[in-house]
Write a protein that binds this ligand. Structure first.
Ligand SMILES: Cc1cc2nc3c(=O)[nH]c(=O)nc-3n(C[C@H](O)[C@H](O)[C@H](O)COP(=O)(O)OP(=O)(O)OC[C@H]3O[C@@H](n4cnc5c(N)ncnc54)[C@H](O)[C@@H]3O)c2cc1C
Length: 487
């Protein structure tokens, strides 16, 4: 009997758990165990709609326990604190130390043994990197469903002030020079602007997009080249045109140094520093890995061997420091196996990327101001499924079974910024790219296949986003034939 422990029940971990349970047989001899601190699953992309008050929280979250009960997955509502890949004084079987967050098990801890471990713990929302940032400071966030509820409440109050005739400045973007997920900030800006129009108060509102991107449309993937109706254009022009049409002003190449009540202090790539007064601000935090330590069998700390300094787990990537021009698509991982321990994997945001995708940049004072590489939903789900397939094969055929592979340099991704929830009143800006990590050897010039790298505006993208919302929640609930829905 083999025991697989999965840390995290987000996009990648939940996908891995459901796929693995199915690959190993519903109740077979093997155990699939999920450890996650949250009782609920959250479809994070739709938090954007919650954050503008267009969707209730219940539509983006559901309890995990009944799904795991139904599918035969052992569920521990707990947080992983440490991993012991070599075991401990009692056993050489790998183990994870967990602390329960289950309200029914206050203060309880446990050491859970595993044969295979998947780290799918996603990002730590590192609001602490910027003084005054986040829900405990002076800005709102849409990273969790609860954050999004608070953002919607703040936006509603801002709209009330606008209705009373008070001009308001709304700032949307990222709260640190090294943030990622600019696509989510762009989508929220798109939604807020739409909401202001719907409320009939757009004229008194100034909407500012504050970003670490050197150029609009970078999105942490170094920007995109699109071919449209025979013309070649860029995501920079495309995004600038969307913002111009909607009257959104952008501040580029910005690192937020600190936020005070109603004032953002930021530095730009040219070294200048500025203050921006605001009435409403949604700024995403930078991400880092969760605080999980690692120990060898003797109890010596080996965190540096297993994790990168960013807290993300090292996998089968090439982490050799190189100049930007020397980076290659092949540097990106394919199997997500830890180089230190073959039965340990990291998927989704939890794995350490080998390098940025956007060109690195620093201000004259040395502040790094460049987006970190995004790991969006589709790649995260695909990684979860890929690692599940590797583990299932190894359980069934032995550890020599070849690993399944899925590289972000061979994977496409889509991002749809969609506003409005009605089937006729919505609008969307949708982008697709292939591959996510540009490969200048295979695709000289832009690094991507122009047939599959596109930007489109219109109602169809909005319908797609609504459809994806329903499909992914259906699938995550493991409803009938869920496995037919791709990642
Ligand atoms: C506002 C917003 C909008 C987005 N919109 C889109 C979009 O439109 N399209 C798209 O493709 N992507 C989007 N993304 C990105 C997408 O949400 C991520 O790619 C995806 O969630 C990453 O999956 P993951 O499994 O790596 O991490 P997550 O989904 O964040 O899951 C991590 C899991 O680990 C758990 N965990 C944390 N710490 C521990 C611990 N110590 N022990 C055990 N478990 C732990 C968490 O509770 C969670 O269950 C968006 C992100 C944000 C923030």
């Amino acid at each position: 009997m083999a025991r697989v422990v999965i840390l995290g029940a987000g996009v990648s971990g939940h996908t891995a758990a459901l796929r693995l349970r199915r690959m190993l047989g519903r109740r077979g001899d093997h155990e699939v165990v999920v450890v996650t601190p949250n009782a609920n699953w959250n479809w994070i992309p739709s938090n954007i709609w919650v954050g503008v008050g267009q969707m209730p929280r219940e539509k983006v979250v559901f309890p995990l326990a009944p799904v795991y009960e139904k599918t035969g997955v052992e569920f521990h509502q707990a947080r992983a604190m440490a991993i012991r890949p070599e075991g401990d004084g009692e056993s050489d079987q790998g183990a994870v130390d967990v602390e329960y967050t289950d309200p029914g098990r206050p203060g309880e801890t446990a050491r859970l043994r595993y044969d295979y471990l998947i780290n799918a713990t996603g990002p730590k929302l590192n609001f602490g990197a910027t003084p005054g940032l986040g829900p405990d400071g002076h800005t709102v966030s849409v990273c969790t469903a609860d954050h999004a509820i608070a953002a919607a409440e703040d936006l509603r109050a801002t709209i009330e002030r606008l209705k009373a005739g008070e001009p308001q400045t709304l700032v949307i973007g990222v709260g640190h020079g090294m943030c990622t997920c600019e696509g989510a900030a762009f989508e929220y800006a798109f939604n807020v602007e739409h909401q202001l129009r719907e409320a009939g108060v757009r004229d008194l509102a100034e909407v500012v997009y504050l970003t670490n991107e050197r150029e609009l449309g970078d999105f942490g993937v170094g920007g995109m080249t699109f071919e449209q109706q025979g013309f070649v254009t860029t995501s920079a022009l495309w995004t600038a045109s969307i913002f111009r049409e909607r009257g959104v002003n952008a501040i580029l190449g910005a690192h937020v140094q600190r936020v005070e009540e109603g004032v953002i202090h930021y530095e730009q790539l040219d070294g200048t520093t500025h203050e921006l007064a605001f009435d409403f601000a949604m700024l995403l935090p930078p991400f880092r890995g969760q605080e999980i330590t690692a120990y060898d069998r003797a109890g010596e700390e080996i965190t540096d061997r297993v994790f990168a300094p960013s807290g993300f787990m090292k996998v089968d990537a090439d982490y050799t420091p190189k100049d930007y021009e020397a980076w290659r698509a092949e540097d990106w991982p394919t199997t997500y196996e830890s180089p230190a321990y073959a039965n340990v994997f990291a998927v989704g945001i939890a794995f350490a990327p080998p390098h940025a995708i956007s060109r690195p940049a620093k201000s004259p004072s040395g502040t790094v101001i460049a987006p970190a590489p995004p790991r969006t939903g589709m790649p995260s789900g695909i990684m979860g499924r890929t690692v599940a397939a590797t583990i299932a094969d190894r359980i069934k055929s032995g550890d020599s079974a070849t690993a399944h592979t899925a590289s972000m340099a061979r994977m496409g991704a889509g991002c749809i910024a969609s506003a409005g929830t009605g089937m006729l009143s919505g609008s969307a800006a949708g982008m697709t790219m292939y591959p996510v990590v540009p490969d200048y050897q295979r695709f000289p010039g832009s690094g991507r296949d122009l047939r599959h790298t596109k930007g489109e505006l219109g109602l169809a993208g909005h319908w797609t986003k609504v459809l994806l919302h329903h499909l992914f929640i259906y699938k995550a609930k493991a409803r009938a034939m869920w496995w037919l829905i791709p990642e």
